[in-house]
Design a protein around this ligand. Structure first.
Ligand SMILES: Nc1ncnc2c1ncn2[C@@H]1O[C@H](COP(=O)(O)OP(=O)(O)O)[C@@H](O)[C@H]1O
Ligand SMILES: [Mg+2]
Length: 159
């Protein structure tokens, strides 16, 4: 399977999807989040982080610091490319080291820094399908993450 679609009726369902993602993402994973303002990118990071034992309050858009690190039972780097001037700023931030670490690196507005992304990553596109409803379309870029998509399908149906 190269694509997985999860329909969330409400935020509780987004939490279940985030938990499923957290269980299947290998160490060092890079997750690119796409979707309009208010789609739910930060909310999904909260869901993933919560599943890793990080309190939801800790997770806010890293607007000013650009990158936040959370340490639950797994380490998570949370980046938001919305206010980045250019890819060079991301390089100054040490993106290479972040991507090389064993942490899960999640990047909001990843399409704005496409040039700085590694060859392989998981892409999650969030579509607003209703007031509390969201569609998560998950795609693997590169072969490394193909099995992760399959596992995600299984994990999400167990949630
Ligand atoms: N099922 C859902 N999943 C995620 N967010 C939802 C959902 N339903 C409603 N929302 C709301 O949508 C908004 C998403 O905001 P946010 O995560 O900050 O968006 P983004 O980071 O994409 O700009 C929040 O106010 C959240 O409460
Ligand atoms: Mg956000």
């Amino acid at each position: 399977m190269s694509r997985f679609v999860f329909e969330a009726a409400d935020e509780a369902a987004t939490d279940r999807f985030g938990a499923a993602l957290a269980t299947v993402l290998p160490g060092g994973s890079v997750v690119a989040l796409l979707g309009t303002l208010g789609a739910g990118k930060t909310r999904l990071v909260q869901a993933i982080a919560a599943a890793c034992g990080v309190s939801r309050e800790e997770v806010v858009s890293p607007t000013f610091v650009l990158c936040q690190e959370y340490h639950g039972n797994r380490a998570i780097n949370h980046l938001d490319a919305y206010r980045l001037r250019d890819v060079d700023e991301l390089r100054e931030l040490g993106i290479e080291e972040l991507l090389a670490s064993e942490a899960i690196t999640i990047i909001e507005w990843a399409d704005r820094v496409a040039d700085a992304l590694p060859d392989e990553f998981i892409e999650v596109t969030i579509e607003v399908t209703g007031q509390t409803a969201r569609r998560f379309v998950v795609r693997a870029e590169g072969s490394r993450y193909q099995p992760v998509i399959t596992e995600l399908g299984r994990a999400a149906s167990r949630q």
